[in-house]
Every structure is written in C-alpha cells, then in structure tokens.
Design a protein around this ligand. Structure first.
Ligand code: NOJ
Ligand code: MG
Length: 601
C-alpha cells in the first residue's frame, strides 16, 4: 500500500477513536428528548373519560416513535384531586381512577422494553390535608406535631372569636396562605390550596420521610424525579417569639389577594432548598453505587431568575444538584412580539449559566402555562420546535406540543382548576390552567380517540379533526412530521457534539449555527415576522459552501427537504423557518482531520 494511503487510514482511525471517547463522556440523559405526560389527559383506557396508567402504557410506543428517550409523569399518586394530583394523600400508592400499583409496574416493564426512561413527579413541598400525617398532626399525635407549619392566630382586638392569620403571607392560588384548623386551634400554612398544607422541612423527620419515598420509587425501577415547587420548601426560620415576619409589598398590583401583591423574600427561593436538592442527588448517587444501573436524574421546577437557578446545578464547594434545573426562559421571556435580538439574549444568557461538563435544557410548555401555539402564534409552532431541537442539550416536550395543540376555550361552568375557580367568574380565564390540560388529540374520531366513553373530564379542543396524531402522520409537512424529523436530525453528530452559535441577523430573522469539524454544518433560519426576508449566509458563517440543502422546512414553506439554495441569496417567506445543511467537501473534512492529528500528536 502506498505510504500516503496508510497515513490517511491511520488519521481516520485516530479520529474515530477520539470521537468514540467523546461519545462516552455523554451520559444517557444529556442529549435526550423527554416528554411530559399529564396522566389525566393522555389516554383513557377504561371509558370513564379520565386518562389512566394503562392508557399511557398503551401509547408508550408512540413516544418511542417520535424519538423520545424518556418521559416525566405528572402525579399519579393517591389524591383527593383538589389540585389534580398535586395534593397527595398517599405518596406510595396510585390514584384508583388512574389504575393500580400493578398497572404502574406494567408501565415500568413496558417502558424498559422500549428503552424509555421513567421520571416521576416528586411533590415534597406539601401533602393533601387528607394525608394521614396531616390528620395526626392536626390531632397533635406524638411525633407528628411538627410535620406541618402550624402557628397561633394573631390576637383579634375586634372579635376574639374570629382568629386572625399569623401574618400577611399569600397563597399562590389567591388569598391568605393561612388556614384555620378548628381541631388544633391553630393556623397552618399552605402555599397552594388550603387542601395542600406545606410540610415542615425544618423537621428532620419530614426530611427522612421524603427520602424514604424516593427510595420506594427507585426500588420500583424509576429513573429519576422532577421536583415540584422546589423553591418553596423552606420558609424563613421563625424569630425568637416563634413568629414569621410579614412580607413586603411588591408595588406591582393593588389586588391584595393576588400572590404578586407581595415580594416573597421569606417564603420562596431560600438557599436551604438548594441544599436539600444536593442531599437528594447524593441519595440517587448512593443508590446507583449500591444497585447499579444508569444514572438516576433530577429535574427541578423553579421559575426564578438565572442567579437562583444556577446553584441548582452545583455550588462552588462542589456539591452537585439537579442534572436538569428546568430552563423555562423560552416560556417566560419570549412572546409574540419578541425580536431576533430577544431570542439571542434569552438563549445566550441561559447558556452562560451552563458550565462546561453540564447540559443545557429547553422547555417550551407544561401543564401550567399557555400552550406554545397560543403563546407564540400558530405560525411559529414549527419555528419554535426548530429552535428548541437544534440547540445543544436536552429537550422537554409537553404532550400535544408536537402536534401543535393550542389552548382550548373553557367556560366558567366547565372550569375545574383551583387556580381558576378561586378567581371567580370575572377573572378565572386569566389564571385557569384547564385550557392547556384538555384531552390529547389522537385521531379525528369522536372525542379525538382519547376515550371510548361518552364524555371527557375537560372538553376536547374544537380543532381535533385536523390537529391530531392520525391525520398529521399522513401530511408531509405537519407539525408532527416536522417534529419527528427534528428529533431524528438532532441525533446526528453535529447536534450531539458540535459547537453552537446564535445570530440575530436583523430584528426579524434569527439563526442558529451548529458546527462540528468532522461532520456537516447546519444553519437554522427563522423568520419571526410577517414580511419576507433575504439573507446572505456568507455574512455570518465563514467559509460557507456556495450551495446549501434544505434539511427540514416548516409547514408553510414552499421548499422541500433535499431542495438546494444559493447561500448568498436565501429568501424566507413570512414566518418561514428551515434547517439548512452545508456539506463539507471531502478536502475540508480531510484537512480538519489532519489538523486534529497534529493537535493530538
Ligand atoms: C407546580 C405544579 O406544576 C402545579 O401544577 C401545581 O399546582 C403546583 N406546583 C403545586 O403542586
Ligand atoms: Mg380512565
């Protein structure tokens, strides 16, 4: 063999080894796609109009089919359903209308068979007032007195028979956060509904109980937890008289019953919450050491600023926290009027808190927030998916987002969410989360194929005849098919290992460039606005090939994957978005590999 040829082969094999070792440093979850299942609304298997565990199990192959690596389940535990499962009366049992423990075991088995990881919602901040701990605590039973946050009434000079709440703290669902308990003759603190008393995390027994619950589900084979309301677990310690200080007024609203009326400096985002997460991380790691298996992961739910989110990853002393402190910035910081500059800021500022060796994550929706298409405009559903899925890191998709489900109009009479009900008829629509929790739209049959019963717990969206899995599967450029191609594309090396860069080309055109020396280069281009735009890719990407290929196009695009375009003259129609591929010439590929060889040697 000619020596040149030998040299070439040896260069190739060196770089292959290098790539492999790179791949080994990525854990299973670091580039995963996760799907959020809201059990009540995903799939009903028994005709009662309420989704259930067997329904979910039946549809796990769908999650696999759309490219998911795992899913997180909103609560399916035993619950009086005051907050649709976020009020748990037994942390170790299943809500009967959702199924049985056996159904859950089957679900784990089926998930494992398909290679899907199962993440449970862990709700440590509060229990139901029907939990036996609360019943015992209200009864001052020995050992349970301090399981919750109890306080005496404030003296009421006007009417000694009418107890006054201990201070001004507010509930996230409106009104005082304090509820009088006749039996115990004290108030208890509840950040959410009065049926969700806050657990007292300053009681070491509570901390132990919650750890035992994690172990219980780990033993059943779950792969991690999404921690609910993580920033709300610890309140300020009481002063020497046992009192809690009032919170200051925020000045942002006149409505003294609204949560936003106060600045929550004593009830939210205390450092102790983060320290608790470090303890749970240790628990998960010890579990893995003892029992083997893949990394168990933590996702945390906090809507706070980046300086609050960052320590959830880790602290400077080296404590490790959640692998995925949820990144809600694409929800909270962007809206229909956002410019390409806003997109760039929101993405870059998040990436700035993700240190080397940690993974970014992107969330476009969940069961608490207006759906993507309603929030950003239906024309931008595909563009947002392109942005989310071509950025580096983990993606989290809320059920129905992939098919472009939008918020459903729910009348006051149909409203069941406590966040809506507590607001009353005039304001319920501003706060209710029912519109984003309606049944999943599987097909165009009656009740969207969600149930074979005669009704559903919330009405089915009126667009279900066209927005559903069945119909969209056979439309080439449907939201679903675009989503699926993106999920496929992001498994390629450039997206797994490549560099990333965001560019605001002008107010209206946003771009993401993904680049990997040894592979192809991709450019996501999004026209956010209603006028067409022309772009010269050479102006923002160095050494770009003259001709680019459309890899994925949005629904309204007149192009097709495989079409080509001249890099210097790319036209984007209103709201059009696409991912373009720039193939590297063999020469450039070889050059890159040779350079790498010199670097290694
Ligand atoms: C956050 C959950 O996502 C929400 O649905 C729930 O109402 C509160 N936490 C209380 O658990
Ligand atoms: Mg059912």
């Amino acid at each position: 063999m000619h020596w040149m040829w030998l040299l070439f082969l040896s260069i190739l094999s060196t770089s292959a080894i290098r790539l492999k070792s790179d791949q080994h440093t990525k854990d299973w979850w670091e580039r995963a796609g996760f799907y959020q299942v809201y059990p009540r609304s995903f799939k009903d298997s028994d005709g009662d109009g309420i989704g259930d565990l067997n329904g979910i199990t039946e549809k796990l192959s769908y999650l696999k089919d759309i490219g998911m690596r795992g899913f997180w389940l909103s609560p399916m535990y035993k619950s009086p359903m005051a907050d649709f499962g976020y009020d748990i009366s037994d942390f170790r049992d299943i809500q009967p209308e959702y199924g049985t423990m056996n159904d859950f075991r089957n679900q784990i088995t089926e998930a494992k068979r398909l290679g899907l990881k199962v993440i449970l919602d862990f709700v440590p901040n509060h229990s139901s007032d029907e939990h036996e701990w609360f019943v015992k605590s209200a009864n001052r039973e020995a050992g349970y007195e301090d399981y919750y946050v109890w306080r005496d009434a404030k003296p009421n000079p006007d009417d000694p028979n009418k107890p006054l709440p201990p201070n001004n703290w507010l509930s996230g669902f409106r009104g005082s956060a304090w509820q009088w308990n006749e039996q115990r003759q004290q108030f208890y603190y509840h950040l959410f509904t009065a049926k969700q008393p806050d657990l007292n995390f300053r009681n070491p027994k509570v901390v132990e109980e919650m750890k035992d619950i994690l172990l219980f589900w780990l033993d059943l084979g779950v792969d991690g937890f999404r921690i609910d309301s993580v920033g709300c677990m610890f309140e300020v310690p009481a002063n020497e008289n046992g009192d809690f200080p009032d919170e200051p007024l925020s000045g942002t609203t006149e409505d003294s019953e609204d949560f936003a009326y106060l600045e929550h400096i004593y009830t939210i985002d205390r450092l102790e919450n983060v320290e608790m997460v470090y303890q749970w991380r240790t628990l998960l790691e010890n579990y893995q050491t003892q029992h083997g298996g893949d990394t168990r992961i933590l996702m945390t739910e906090s809507w706070s600023n980046l300086d609050i989110i960052k320590p959830y990853f880790k602290d400077i002393q080296g404590h490790e926290g959640a692998q995925m402190p949820f990144n809600f910035r694409l929800i909270t910081e962007l809206n229909i009027t956002s410019t390409a500059y806003d997109f760039k800021n929101v993405i870059d500022s998040w990436m700035a808190i993700v240190d080397d060796g940690y993974a970014a994550n992107w969330v476009l929706g969940n069961h608490d927030r207006s759906r993507l298409g309603t929030r950003m405009g239906e024309q931008r559903i595909d563009s947002m998916a392109m942005i989310e899925l071509t950025l580096p890191g983990v993606s989290v998709t809320y059920q129905g987002e992939e098919i472009g489900m939008t918020d459903v109009d729910i009348s006051w009479e149909e409203t069941v969410d406590p966040a809506g009900c507590n607001e009353g008829i005039d304001n319920y629509a501003a706060k209710s989360r029912d519109p984003v929790r309606t049944p999943f739209q599987w097909d165009d049959s009656n009740l969207a194929g969600f149930t074979n019963g005669t009704g559903t717990w919330l009405p089915v969206g009126s667009n279900y005849r066209s927005i559903n899995v069945k119909v969209e599967s056979s439309v080439a450029k449907s939201h679903l098919n675009i989503f699926k191609s993106l999920m496929k594309l992001r498994e390629s090396d450039t997206f797994l290992y490549g560099d990333w860069r965001t560019i605001a080309i002008n107010e209206q055109v946003f771009a993401i460039v993904r680049d990997l020396k040894s592979s192809n280069r991709y450019i996501t281009l999004v026209n956010l606005g209603s006028s067409s735009q022309t772009v010269d890719a050479g102006k923002f990407v160095k050494n770009i090939s003259k001709i680019l290929i459309y890899a994925i196009v949005s629904g309204a695009s007149s192009h097709n994957p495989g079409d080509s375009v001249t890099a210097s003259n790319i036209v984007l129609q209103p709201y059009e978005a696409f991912v373009l591929e720039a193939e590297r010439s063999v020469d450039r590929k070889m050059r890159a590999e040779i350079c790498e060889r010199w670097l290694i040697d």
